[in-house]
Design a protein around this ligand. Structure first.
Ligand SMILES: [Zn+2]
Length: 209
């Protein structure tokens, strides 16, 4: 081996398994590893490129650049935070219609919870998303109640028409009852009620599921 220890000048090295590095035989100083430097430089450059794309609003490019880094450095919180930022368009996209972005955001969120990296910004975003979801649910509940009311009205009218022997109109109203009830059941009333009764999410709750 032609390299020498920078601290003591010894030219013998061995592999230290617990530290996962080459060390000087006599003083234990770590051997200079140009390959590791190269790797770190590559990481820094790719990350800074991803951050530039993020600043420019190139969400897909940001995620694409960060994906290989995440598999190389799986405990780096800032990578997941940057992916989450890109997937949510810097926490501005509350609807998350894009399913690929939603999947990426969901995964990044889970990793940040696991790595203890949940930020205030994430919590605020999760709450905004929850409130928007709740508003939509309230809207659905109102529509369901309107259809139930219409069904009741139709059935009373149908009863009155049958009694008055206006059979054709009565049958039409009965059809109206069926149509209104179909509308009620196709709006999944049980699911809406259950979701409305569920408690507000805590900070660990993944808002993308
Ligand atoms: Zn040495």
């Amino acid at each position: 081996m032609d390299r020498v220890c920078s601290r003591c000048g010894c030219s013998g090295f061995h592999y230290n398994r617990s530290r996962m590095r080459m060390e000087c035989d006599s003083c234990g100083a770590p051997a200079y590893d140009p390959q590791q430097d190269q790797q770190l430089m590559q990481y820094d450059r790719t990350y800074s490129q991803a951050v530039s794309h993020l600043a420019a609003g190139n969400w897909d490019q940001t995620i694409r650049l960060l994906n290989p880094l995440m598999s190389q450095y799986p405990t780096e919180k800032r990578l997941y935070l940057a992916v989450l930022r890109a997937a949510t368009q810097d926490f501005s996209d509350v609807d998350m219609e894009n399913s690929a972005h939603r999947a990426a955001a969901s995964e990044a969120w889970d990793k940040l919870v696991r790595l203890n990296g949940v930020s205030d910004e994430m919590i605020r975003y999760g709450r905004r998303r929850y409130e928007k979801h709740r508003d939509a649910l309230n809207g659905r509940r109102t529509r369901i109640l309107v259809w139930i009311f219409a069904a009741a009205l139709c059935s009373i009218t149908a009863g009155g028409l049958f009694a008055a022997e206006h059979y054709l109109l009565a049958v039409l109203c009965t059809g109206g009852v069926a149509a209104c009830l179909y509308k009620v059941f196709s709006s999944h009333p049980v699911m809406v009620a259950r979701q409305l009764m569920s408690a507000a999410p805590n900070y660990q709750h993944n808002p993308f599921i």
